[in-house]
Design a protein around this ligand. Structure first.
Ligand SMILES: Cc1ncc(COP(=O)(O)O)c(C=O)c1O
Length: 446
């Protein structure tokens, strides 16, 4: 049985996919989404003038309220947690508040399921080391050739602990298909590690369908939501995953990471902790001190997304802890709808410039991707394209995007790779027009 929220999400995804086919719908969404107004909340965008931030997959800008929260933490209670004096009590309260906000952001069942730390990679390493100690006869781990290397190499390192690996391979359309996962699963499968959305190609994976198959085989699924995070509503209950990792700096917060894990899974994992730390989440997942001011910033970023949803839903009043989940979901759904217009515009721009798009390029499938595109221009080095863009005041990236196996799969030299343009909700159609001009100039006279 689906919960009401899961039902809504299901319907929303379906609606998005049919809506995406209608250009007029998309244009309507573009005109309704307040991208221009939102830009004024991001001091870096205001200060950068006409510079275009189009390398957001490597890190996004932060709104003013994130800066304020970091400052406030450092000025008002920059002390260790766990003390009895007011400053320290305030740190504990801030962490508890941030944990509740992140729990709302991912729709966790309990706040203890959320752990804070350095970044996504260190969490994948931490969980993989624990999983490595539980292999026994279930010693097979399934990884993909679409993922960021952080969600591949960390698992492959378990070979020393007796793990065997199977590869869930991307299809030529640049996506992972669950039918290809089915034959890889067996009673020896311990875990499937896969991305929710590719940081290189932008394809969104049907992770819920994968989770159903994985659980039917008695295994667990670890989702890398780092790239999906800024683009859509994360719902760990609807996804029915077991672990999910995210990075703050991709979702309008500072550099930090968080892990969500199903409470029972986290409880069962043998993690490193000092003897005096109880064997309970989240403490058993959070060895040492993490960067408190960045956790304060993460909380503020979620408030920003919640306020966006609140405003778009026409709700009166300020932030409301009770409805944070609904507000964030609403905000992220609006972002997702708006970003489909950006994806459509990018598909057309790249097609018109003669670029080869790696991954989903059919307009009818725009709902299966986010506005992150890897491409190459015929006869041009990726580096030459990004340098031309830089001269025109546009920040994009060339290279392997930390997905070297994917580049090999695409028959691209790992060192030069491809060009990536990656947009988020503060980017605009006007910026895409300027990017199109750079591509036209590179192409030369027709
Ligand atoms: C999809 C994906 N997974 C994992 C990572 C690694 O994240 P972190 O830098 O937080 O370790 C990245 C970073 O770009 C990413 O895009």
């Amino acid at each position: 049985m689906r919960t009401k929220e899961e039902e809504t999400r299901h319907v929303t995804l379906e609606t998005n996919s049919s809506a995406a086919r209608s250009d007029s719908f998309s244009r309507t969404q573009a005109s309704e989404f307040p991208a221009q107004a939102l830009r004024t909340h991001f001091p870096a965008l205001v200060r950068a003038g006409s510079f275009i931030f189009a390398d957001n997959a490597a890190g996004a800008q932060v709104p003013q309220q994130v800066l304020d929260a970091i400052n406030q933490h450092l000025i008002e209670h920059n002390v260790q947690r766990g003390g009895r004096y007011p400053h320290s009590v305030a740190v504990d309260a801030m962490i508890a508040h941030a944990r509740a906000s992140v729990a709302a952001f991912v729709n966790a069942r309990r706040t203890e399921e959320v752990a804070f730390g350095m970044n996504a990679t260190s969490f994948i390493r931490l969980i993989s080391l624990a999983i490595g100690q539980t292999l026994a006869h279930r010693n097979e781990i399934i990884v993909t050739d679409l993922d960021h290397e952080a969600n591949i190499a960390t698992w492959l390192a378990l070979q020393r602990m007796g793990a065997r690996f199977l590869w869930w391979k991307m299809r030529p359309d640049g996506s992972l298909h669950v039918e290809d996962l089915r034959p890889l699963l067996s009673d020896r499968t311990r875990l499937v590690a896969c991305t929710l959305t590719s940081n290189a190609l932008g394809s969104i994976i049907d992770a819920r369908a994968a989770a159903d198959l994985v659980h039917a085989a008695g295994a667990e699924i670890f989702l890398d939501a780092v790239h999906y995070g800024p683009h859509g509503s994360i719902d760990v209950r609807a996804l029915d995953c077991d672990y999910l990792v995210c990075s703050g700096y991709k979702i309008f917060a500072p550099h930090m990471g968080f892990l969500w894990g199903r409470y029972e899974c986290l409880r069962a994992l043998p993690t490193f902790r000092e003897d005096f730390i109880p064997d309970e989440p989240p403490g058993k997942i959070e060895a040492g001190t993490f960067v408190f001011e960045n956790v304060a910033g993460m909380n503020a970023a979620i408030q920003y997304l919640g306020e966006l949803g609140r405003r778009l839903a026409g709700k009166a009043g300020g932030p409301d802890a009770q409805s944070l989940r609904d507000d964030v979901r609403h905000g992220m759904q609006a972002i997702r709808a708006y970003e489909q217009t950006l994806s459509l515009a990018l598909i057309r721009t790249l097609r018109d410039s003669g670029a080869h798009i790696y991954g989903i390029s059919a307009e009818a499938r725009v709902s299966e991707r986010v506005p992150t595109f890897c491409f190459n221009l015929p006869g041009r080095d990726p580096q030459a394209v990004t340098e031309a863009a830089a001269r025109a005041g546009i920040g994009i990236r060339d290279g392997h995007m930390y997905s070297p196996r994917l580049m090999s799969r695409l028959d691209l030299p790992v060192e030069s790779g491809a060009v990536r343009v990656s947009l988020v909700h503060y980017n605009t159609l006007a910026e895409i027009d300027r990017f199109a001009q750079v591509l036209r100039d590179l192409r030369g006279p027709a």
